[in-house]
Write a protein that binds this ligand. Structure first.
Ligand SMILES: [Zn+2]
Length: 124
């Protein structure tokens, strides 16, 4: 079992997790910007935004690294955010979660993700 979730930005390798939360800068189509604190446990969608934002259902949210500002959307699966989970100093796993508000999908590891959804999800 993983007790500590240590997430990193795949672009700059900066640490995204803090106090068992994952911290992102999020942006919306209307240029709203906020800091989002997401519970670190995969599959949990508890979050907090500062300032608070009322998202609309099915809205696509842009997640950015607070350090290098890179957009963290997956290159292959643009409806997902891709970040790196360091299980231990030698083992990294990709974690994918949905960028679409209200759609709760999280996958740990590219193999599981592609096996289950590679054919079914939109790659556009
Ligand atoms: Zn970064």
């Amino acid at each position: 079992m993983i007790n500590q979730y240590d997430y990193h930005c795949p672009k700059c390798n900066g640490k995204l997790s803090k106090n068992n939360q994952v911290v992102f800068t999020i942006k919306r189509d209307n240029n709203d910007e906020a800091t989002m604190f997401l519970e670190a446990k995969p599959g949990s969608y508890k979050y907090e935004c500062k300032p608070p934002i009322n998202f609309t259902e099915k809205e696509i949210i842009d997640f950015h690294c607070p350090q290098c500002k890179a957009n963290l959307k997956s290159d292959k699966y643009s409806r997902f955010v891709e970040i790196t989970l360091k299980v231990n100093p030698k083992v990294n796993m990709e974690v994918f979660f949905s960028r679409v508000y209200g759609i709760h999908q999280t996958y740990v590891g590219i193999e599981d993700f592609e096996e289950e959804y590679g054919d079914k999800i939109s790659k556009v």
